[in-house]
Design a protein around this ligand. Structure first.
Ligand code: HEC
Length: 194
């Protein structure tokens, strides 16, 4: 008796019948079962390695890392281009000033007042500057926050990590739009990297 013959005899015909179609009680072929169980084992291993322990970089983490490098390079490049003259010019540009006004209204008004005349924080429209009236000095004060001479932080926190340099440049433009001239004429004019 050949192997095929034996198989045919041992396969049971199932009881049900649909439109004249009958079904054998066949075992699934081993190669098929192998791919099924293989896929299950692979999915568990894949889930464990990539989503639980993550010992290797995924494409997504690699992409994020590369984007960060690019963004840092861009920020550094745009910060190098920021100087007193550029910031002053931006303060004569209504789009920049308006954008700065929007951020100032939501973030800075409680301490500096809607008219920038001061309250908890100092007046930003007069010619008196604790931390320097040059546009780049203002930019730095807003990015890094203000410290007392003793090194103690003041109520003026560092806004750099929260707002980013673009919004801060707009804020400087908005403050400078209340001034006709730069109070202290610029000496050195580039903003140190954050
Ligand atoms: C919680 C209150 C508070 C908030 C909110 C605040 N500031 Fe200030 N700010 C201060 C204080 C207080 C000082 C003065 C610090 C000191 O005495 O050295 C100051 C100082 C400054 C200075 C320097 C002034 C000078 O005379 O040199 C600038 C510029 C400034 N703030 C801009 C901003 C901007 C822009 C925002 C919004 C992003 C903001 N501040 C939000 C409290 C605040």
């Amino acid at each position: 008796m050949s192997k095929n013959k034996k198989n045919e005899n041992s396969i049971r015909l199932l009881d049900h019948e649909y439109d004249g179609i009958r079904e054998y009680d066949q075992h699934l072929p081993n190669w098929w079962l192998f791919t099924l169980y293989g896929a299950i084992v692979f999915s568990v291993a894949n889930w464990f390695f990539y989503f639980q322990t993550n010992p290797f970089d995924t494409d997504v983490t690699r992409l994020h890392a590369e984007m960060k490098v690019l963004q840092n390079a861009q920020t550094a490049a745009s910060l190098k281009m920021l100087n007193d003259e550029v910031l002053w010019k931006q303060s004569r540009n209504p789009d920049f000033v308006e954008a700065g006004r929007a951020t100032f209204t939501t973030t800075c008004v409680p301490c500096h007042g809607a008219q920038l005349l001061g309250g908890i924080g100092p007046n930003l429209t007069d010619k008196v500057w604790i931390h320097g009236g040059r546009p780049t000095q203002m930019f730095n004060t807003i990015v890094k926050g203000a410290y007392a001479p003793t090194g103690e932080p003041t109520a003026m926190q560092a806004w750099g990590p929260i707002l980013g340099s673009r919004k801060i440049a707009e804020l400087v433009a908005f403050i400078l739009s209340h001034h006709d001239t730069i109070e202290i004429q610029p000496a050195e004019t580039s903003v140190p990297a954050q």
